[in-house]
Design a protein around this ligand. Structure first.
Ligand SMILES: *[C@@H]1O[C@H](CO)[C@@H](O)[C@H](O)[C@H]1NC(C)=O
Ligand SMILES: *[C@@H]1O[C@H](CO)[C@@H](O)[C@H](O)[C@H]1NC(C)=O
Length: 207
């Protein structure tokens, strides 16, 4: 009897200790300024560097890319992409991703499989993100568009059809949300961002 009480006590103590260590990062959801959403692209490894297509489309549509070395679509945040409907349309048109108002998944698959052969995990993640953002396009898009920040943006006047930027924004969201653990960068900023996004849903649009 005495032994089991002692064990129970030890169990509670262990629980207490493990609880304490899991709250090592303190997260305050109002503390948004501390979290730089535009740095999220440093956190999940993806092919980076110069990209002719995004650069040309950015010039053509006066869309601002983060920098010359940050021209991958994953270098953009969700709300940034939502302001660039013509940019997204230009990129999708270039790759022939759109077939009227629908995403052509054959074209998407071909593009990723041929361009990023050397990184099959990335190809798989991207195709799965596109697939989800298009196949469930009604559900996923509706759910996605209902997040508060996106809603604020979608009320502003569009100069191009919004579908490509909605799909692109959804893909970016999915990509970071499903980032495999081994591709997630273990820096303080990334660990904090992840903890923040888990606790404060709907504050960061990209996560
Ligand atoms: C979809 O893309 C593929 C590959 O680029 C192309 O062969 C096919 O004609 C396209 N389908 C439609 C319906 O446009
Ligand atoms: C991340 O970094 C921390 C502290 O530097 C270390 O304790 C932890 O094991 C690392 N985690 C991974 C998954 O590498």
């Amino acid at each position: 009897m005495k032994v089991s009480i002692l064990l129970l006590g030890l169990g509670q103590l262990l629980l207490l200790v493990s609880k304490k260590s899991s709250t090592a990062i303190r997260v305050h959801c109002r503390d948004v300024e501390r979290i730089h959403e535009d740095h999220i692209h440093y956190c999940c490894k993806h092919p980076d560097g110069h990209n002719d297509v995004t650069e040309q489309c950015a010039k053509q549509t006066k869309f601002k890319l983060p920098s010359r070395d940050e021209e991958a679509i994953e270098d953009l945040t969700v709300d940034h992409v939502m302001t660039g409907t013509c940019f997204a349309k230009c990129v999708f048109d270039h790759y022939n991703f759109m077939d009227n108002d629908k995403l052509n998944m054959t074209a998407v698959r071909n593009h990723y499989q041929t361009t990023y052969k050397e990184d099959p995990e990335y190809v798989k993640e991207m195709i799965s993100a596109f697939n989800l953002c298009h196949s469930k396009s009604e559900d996923a898009t509706a759910e996605f568009l209902s997040t508060s920040i996106v809603r604020a943006f979608s009320s502003s006047a569009y100069s191009c059809k919004p579908m490509p930027s909605v799909v692109l924004a959804c893909v970016i969201h999915r990509f970071f949300h499903n980032c495999p653990r081994n591709r997630w960068s273990n820096t303080t900023e990334c660990v904090e961002t992840l903890a923040f996004s888990k606790k404060c849903k709907d504050v960061l649009t990209t996560m």
